[in-house]
Design a binder for this molecule. Structure first.
Ligand code: GLP
Length: 262
């Protein structure tokens, strides 16, 4: 696991945008896995800037969402609408190349199975952007999700609904159900990039990176993956026992210009 600790949101956005740019430039038909939430917003803005100012082209990319609320797939507050609004429309990725699990389907289990089929048919996700919830969730895999879980309907915890209420007019508008890629599904992406910023994420980040692998902290499953990059600001790294070591690895890597294995 590579852990990069940077000063602020702008540095975080540049670093993650560099990783996305490498994939977009070097892969004929890149598959990007995009997350919603506040954590990746500065990165998406940086990608839009590179598209407009530097001509970075995205038309050949396909996008798969991590998760979606039930009942909001065709709604402004739905995750597919959000991703289109903040990034894909602005960088020229066609709407039909942006896919998510269909939270409006009559048969939600069938919609999840169909989503897994579409992910598999795409050849799999090249780079998956992830945030982390206050309770350690990734996607909408709440604590106690099976580490091998697949895309499925889930019930959101009261904590997650409260955390996400800021995106809705009324707290009661937050759906109780969502569809999410499973932890097992997420782990199949070729490169996982976890972003976290701010003191509120310090605890969940430390539990995910330095605690035991446990279903009670879904993000701890990242420890099983061979290629993970975690990009933190100083505040989100506060509780890491190995923070200084990670800083040393980064500075050695920068000065020697070689890749240090995770
Ligand atoms: C939501 C999303 C997650 C996201 C998390 C953290 O629950 N389903 O994918 O990572 O919130 O959000 P934020 O980045 O706003 O802290």
């Amino acid at each position: 696991m590579k852990v990069r600790i940077v000063a602020d949101a702008a540095a975080q956005a540049r670093l993650v945008a560099d990783l996305v740019e490498q994939v977009v430039r070097s892969t004929p038909r890149p598959v990007l896995g995009l997350a919603t939430g506040s954590s990746p917003l500065a990165t998406y803005a940086e990608l839009v800037r590179r598209h407009r100012a530097e001509g970075l082209a995205f038309e050949h990319c396909r996008v798969f969402l991590l998760d979606e609320y039930v009942g909001l797939t065709r709604h402004e507050a739905g995750y597919r609408s959000q991703i289109r609004r903040v990034v894909t429309d602005a960088v020229g990725i066609p709407p039909d190349a942006v896919q998510g699990p269909d939270g409006d389907a009559a048969d939600l289990d069938a919609a999840c199975a169909a989503y897994e089929d579409r992910l598999r048919a795409s050849g799999g996700v090249d780079l998956q952007v992830l945030g982390i919830g206050a309770d350690g969730h990734i996607g909408f895999n709440e604590p106690a999700s099976a580490l091998g879980s697949r895309t499925r309907p889930v019930v959101l915890t009261a904590r997650t609904r409260a955390d996400n209420a800021r995106h809705f007019d009324h707290p009661g508008d937050v759906p109780r159900l969502a569809l999410t890629q499973g932890i097992g599904t997420i782990l199949e992406a070729r490169h996982l990039v976890l972003l976290a910023a701010g003191a509120a994420k310090a605890g969940p980040v430390a539990r995910a990176l330095e605690g035991p692998i446990t279903a009670m902290v879904p993000a701890s499953a990242l420890q099983l993956h061979p290629r993970v990059t975690v990009v933190l600001d100083d505040a989100a790294a506060t509780d890491l026992r190995l923070a200084d070591h990670h800083r040393e690895v980064s500075s050695l890597e920068a000065s020697h210009r070689y890749g240090v294995g995770p």
